[in-house]
Design a protein around this ligand. Structure first.
Ligand SMILES: [Zn+2]
Length: 493
């Protein structure tokens, strides 16, 4: 993505408006008619606004072409300045989608008439939506549509010193996560994935280690290996990436962990056709962890960051693990297998145990882990869990502020009753339905060692028909924008 941004504190004059063929205009809900009429083509905008009436201008933007030489195509809207981040991003997506098919090279954005503080927030959302729409996603049609031609954004009404650097970094991380996730599993096996990550590690000067099957056998990582043993190729493993800041002002190490199941057939407990469809996306957690690492690297954050990706396939085959098997994880915990489709918590168990041995200040894991989380929340929120209750208000607030919304679930000890096994230390999951997202989190927390503060995100909103907030594709890459808010605004580390 190579899109530049120019900023001007002033509103555009008529000449500047006439120069560009595409504009996004945002104004306050209660802007006085007199003020609207002062801006270029304000009379026309006001007339269209009146025709629409008060209803829903902030839900469906107004589209019009100006009677100038360029025939400037405008999408514009009037909003209340206290609009929620989620609604603002959703609206921003509609504002940019109105320019689809215009082959836009240069786009004007005008934020008029808001009081201090608001223009920056609004411009940020609009830029986030523009970058999300412009990102190139994998397509395999022999005659594919041409890619976005967008090169330049001309922003009027806002001038910042940071130049929306963070928004650009988040967009790059998100685009990486989405594009990896959309790759079919015949193009993104664990070894293909590793190759791509190696390339990124070279480009970004990350240290890369790959803990392959041989290494994991030495570590006695039986939980991970139980899943991996079903694959005909022994290419599963854990990728460990390390970003070290040039000047480290803080020793607080952050570890990001991601579930990277490149295809989930369910294993011996084979999924039915409808539930299996789309399971190449079961590696999205690892892609979100990677995208977050990329965004933090772009921003040159002052704390060290590691990214641990648990890469495997959940195959069916003669060697695949089975219900009633008992396996031993790297920390010595014995696990009674109940359902081979609960493979995510198996690969994460050893990954979390090994990562937490590094004594980080905080671990955040991302996983498309349970159907139960989707039943509970739908696909517009993701579920959040932590072993530190006192973090919960900040975790929720970061969701509200970033527009990538999360909701917390309980982590009380008595849930463990459902995981008691007659023959092993713990059951992998329960055969009774209900609260599997909570049981999965309770299972995982056993493997987080040294009382490390830990946040687990069950990505219910990883894929939503029609997109989510500013993201136009079904695959959302949810979690990067959220995590940056949590780290950089809520200072959770
Ligand atoms: Zn599964």
């Amino acid at each position: 993505m190579n899109i530049k941004l120019q900023q001007q504190a002033k509103s555009p004059d008529k000449q500047q408006v006439d120069k560009l063929a595409n504009w996004i205009i945002v104004m306050p809900h209660l802007l006085a008619v007199k003020t609207i009429k002062q801006i270029p083509y304000g009379e026309i905008l006001q007339a269209r606004r009146q025709r629409l009436g008060k209803k829903d201008a902030d839900k469906s933007p107004i589209m019009l072409d100006l009677p100038n030489k360029t025939g400037s195509h405008i999408s514009f809207t009037c909003i209340k300045s206290d609009i929620s981040s989620f609604n603002l991003l959703t609206l921003a997506r509609k504002l940019i989608s109105a320019h689809e098919g215009h082959e836009v090279k240069e786009l004007g954005i005008a934020v008029h008439g808001f009081s201090a503080g608001h223009p920056e927030r609004i411009a940020e959302a609009v830029i986030a939506a523009i970058l999300a729409a412009a990102a190139e996603m994998p397509k395999f049609k022999s005659k594919s549509k041409s890619a976005s031609k967008l090169q330049m954004l001309h922003l009027y009404g806002v001038r910042t010193a940071h130049g929306f650097r963070r928004t650009f970094a988040e967009a790059e991380g998100n685009a990486l996560a989405r594009s990896l996730t959309m790759l079919p599993s015949n193009m993104l096996t664990p070894s293909d994935y590793l190759k791509r990550v190696r390339q990124l590690a070279n480009e970004n000067k990350w240290k890369l280690e790959f803990y392959d099957i041989k290494h994991l056998k030495k570590q006695k990582a039986g939980a991970f290996l139980a899943v991996a043993q079903g694959s005909p190729t022994e290419d599963a493993g854990i990728v460990r990436l390390q970003y070290t800041p040039a000047i480290s002002t803080r020793k607080n190490k952050l570890i990001l962990v991601g579930k990277g199941i490149c295809y989930d057939t369910g294993g011996v407990n084979l999924k039915s056709a409808n539930y299996m469809f789309g399971m190449h996306e079961d590696m999205q957690g690892s892609a979100v962890a990677l995208g977050t690492l990329l965004a933090l690297t772009r921003l040159k954050v002052s704390f060290p960051v590691e990214c641990w990706m648990a890469l495997a396939m959940n195959h069916i085959g003669p060697k695949a693990y089975k219900p009633n098997d008992v396996i031993t994880a790297s920390d010595g915990t014995t696990i009674e297998i109940v359902n081979t489709d609960a493979e995510g918590r198996m690969v994460l168990a050893d990954t979390l145990a090994m990562a937490s041995k590094q004594k980080p200040k905080l671990i955040i894991d991302y996983a498309t882990l349970t159907g139960a989380c989707i039943y509970s929340l739908g696909k517009a929120y993701s579920g959040i869990f932590t072993n530190k209750d006192e973090l919960i208000p900040k975790l929720v607030e970061a969701g509200r502020d970033s527009g990538e919304r999360v909701w917390p679930f309980p982590m009380d000890e008595d849930y463990d009753k459902s995981l008691e096994s007659d023959i092993a230390d713990v059951k992998q999951c329960s055969r009774e339905s209900g609260a599997d997202h909570i049981l999965a989190a309770r299972f995982l927390q056993r493997f987080v060692k040294n009382n490390t503060p830990w946040i687990h995100i069950d990505l219910a909103s990883s894929n939503r028909k029609g997109g989510l907030a500013h993201i136009p594709t079904d695959t959302t890459g949810f979690g990067i924008r959220y995590t940056l808010n949590l780290l950089l605004d809520k200072k959770i580390l």
